[in-house]
Design a protein around this ligand. Structure first.
Ligand SMILES: NC(=O)c1ccc[n+]([C@@H]2O[C@H](COP(=O)([O-])OP(=O)(O)OC[C@H]3O[C@@H](n4cnc5c(N)ncnc54)[C@H](OP(=O)(O)O)[C@@H]3O)[C@@H](O)[C@H]2O)c1
Length: 312
C-alpha cells in the first residue's frame, strides 16, 4: 500500500510503499479516508518528545477516519510515534477495534479528522476537567487553533454565557468571531495590559479559562477569574512556564488544573468523540482545515497556519 513514511526524525515524511498491515487478534483493518497532521504528530516526529525517539521508518498519524470491511465509517486513534508501530497516514491502518468510534452515515470524514482529538481535548477540558456550568463566562486562549475553535463552539453548545476568544493572529481572531465569540482580544503586551484587555472583553469576572498557551496569556487570564474560578491548561504554545503571582492565586482561591487526553478512559474518549461527530454532522461544529492528497504530505507537514487533512 502507499503510505507517508518518516525515514528520519526531524525531517518531513515522504510517500513510499509499505506492506499491508496485518491486524492482531484485537485489531481490525481500516481503509483510511482522512487523517490529520496534529501538533502531537509533529512533536513525536522530532524524536525529542517525552515518548522517546521512535524507530524509523514509521507511518505517522495518531488518529484518522476510515471505513471497516462492513462499510461502516469509524474514527480511530493510533499510538504512532509514541510506541513502535504505524499510524493513520496510509491507505490502510490496523487499529484496536475497541478504540474505534462509529460515525454517522452522513459524516464529513475530512471534518471529523480535522476535529478529532483536538476537539475531544477542548470538550473534556471544558466539561469533565473544567466543570463548565450553564451561564458561566469563558475565556478561550489560542482561539484560532483547532482546540480553541472547537472550545468556543462547544462552550456555547454546553450552555456557557459570554465566551471570549483570544488569539495572537488576526486570522485566529477572525475565526473566533465567526464561530461565536462575543468578543476577541489580541495577545500582545505584558501581564497587566493583557489582563486589562481580557477584563474589558469579558465585561466582568470570568468563571473558566481554557488555556492551550500557558506563558503570559495564562498569567493574565488568572487575574480576571472570579474568586474560585478555574483555569484548565492543556498546552504550552506560548511558554513552558508562566509568571503567576501568588497574590492573584491565593486571594481568589483560584484553581489551575492540568489536562491531557491520555488520562481519559477509552469510554470517555469514545463518548466525547461521538458527541463531537454528532455536532459536526448536524452542522453545529466545524473547524478551519485544508485537505490534500497523500502525495502532498511532505508539504502539508510544515504548514502551521491551518489544520491539514490528508486523504490517502
Ligand atoms: N493536553 C491535551 O490532551 C492536548 C490535546 C490536543 C492539543 N493539545 C495542545 O494544545 C495546543 C493547541 O493545539 P491545537 O490542536 O489547537 O494546535 P493548532 O491548531 O496548531 O493551534 C495552535 C495555536 O497556538 C497559537 N500559538 C502558537 N504559538 C503561540 C504563541 N507563542 N503565543 C500565542 N499563541 C500561539 C497559534 O495561534 P495563531 O494562529 O493566532 O498564531 C495557533 O492558533 C498544542 O500545544 C497542543 O499540543 C493538548
Amino acid at each position: 500500500m502507499r503510505a507517508a513514511l518518516l525515514h528520519e526524525c526531524g525531517s518531513p515524511p515522504a510517500v513510499g510503499e509499505r506492506p499491508l498491515p496485518t491486524p492482531a487478534a484485537d485489531e481490525i483493518l481500516v481503509r483510511v479516508t482522512a487523517a490529520s497532521i496534529t501538533p502531537l504528530d509533529l512533536l513525536c516526529a522530532t524524536g525529542t518528545s517525552y515518548f522517546g525517539t521512535p524507530p524509523t521508518p514509521y507511518v505517522p498519524g495518531v488518529q484518522g477516519v476510515g471505513v471497516r470491511d462492513d462499510g461502516v465509517a469509524v474514527w480511530f486513534p493510533t499510538t504512532a510515534g509514541m510506541r513502535p508501530g504505524d499510524g493513520s497516514l496510509a491507505e490502510y491502518a490496523a487499529v484496536r477495534a475497541a478504540d474505534t468510534v462509529e460515525l454517522p452515515p452522513d459524516a464529513d470524514h475530512g471534518l471529523i479528522a480535522a476535529l478529532g482529538l483536538s476537539a475531544v481535548a477542548a470538550h473534556m477540558a471544558l466539561t469533565w476537567r473544567g466543570g463548565l456550568q450553564p451561564g458561566e463566562g469563558v475565556l478561550v486562549l489560542g482561539a484560532g487553533g483547532v482546540v480553541g475553535q472547537a472550545a468556543i463552539q462547544l462552550a456555547l453548545l454546553e450552555g456557557a454565557g459570554r465566551v471570549v476568544g483570544a488569539a495572537r493572529s488576526a486570522d485566529g481572531r477572525a475565526r473566533a468571531t465567526q464561530l461565536g465569540a462575543a468578543a476577541v482580544c489580541d495577545l500582545s503586551g505584558d501581564v497587566p495590559a493583557l489582563a486589562a484587555r481580557f477584563r474589558e472583553a469579558a465585561e466582568g469576572p470570568l468563571d473558566l479559562v481554557l488555556d492551550p498557551l500557558f506563558g503570559i496569556p495564562a498569567a493574565a487570564a488568572l487575574r480576571v477569574l472570579r474568586p474560585g474560578g478555574r483555569l484548565v491548561n492543556l498546552g504550552s504554545s506560548a511558554g513552558e512556564t508562566a509568571p503567576v503571582d501568588s497574590a492573584t492565586l491565593r486571594s481568589g482561591s483560584l484553581q489551575i488544573l492540568g489536562y491531557t487526553n491520555n488520562s481519559l478512559t477509552t469510554a470517555q474518549r469514545s463518548a466525547s468523540l461521538g458527541l463531537i461527530a454528532g455536532h459536526a454532522a448536524a452542522g453545529r461544529l466545524t473547524v478551519a482545515h485544508e485537505t490534500v492528497r497523500l502525495d502532498d504530505v511532505g508539504a502539508a507537514w510544515s504548514r502551521r497556519d491551518i489544520r491539514m487533512v490528508v486523504t490517502p
